[in-house]
Design a binder for this molecule. Sequence first.
Ligand SMILES: [Mg+2]
Length: 131
Amino acid sequence: MLNVLVIDDSSVMRAMIRKSLKLSGIETGEIYEAANGQQGIDILDNHSTDLIITDINMPVMNGEVMIELIRNDPKTKDIPILVVSSEGSKLRVERLKDKGVAFIHKPFYPETIRDTIKSIIQKEDSDERAD
Ligand SMILES: [Mg+2]
């Protein structure tokens, strides 16, 4: 079962992502919520997390800064990250993809979340088998 951390400054969006996860049929364990990157980092420090779903544009600490911190910390660097954002800058999106982050544009269909998570998780599995 996947423990998931959902980070978005909109509580409505967090609820939509939570609902998409529920509809997806993916077996989830704990679903943690944070309203900005700093809260997300604090939760990661204290809870074991298998998947991060995050927004980019947030107050206090944005998603891009947070992802940088996560990727630079040996404890969290391998956690799969899915960005769900209305980010329009192609450059920024490419920069994120270079960090091995999956990207979904808002607004999204629940099926897109499901399919993307499944492909991320399967990739993780096959990476482990290849070791
Ligand atoms: Mg936002």
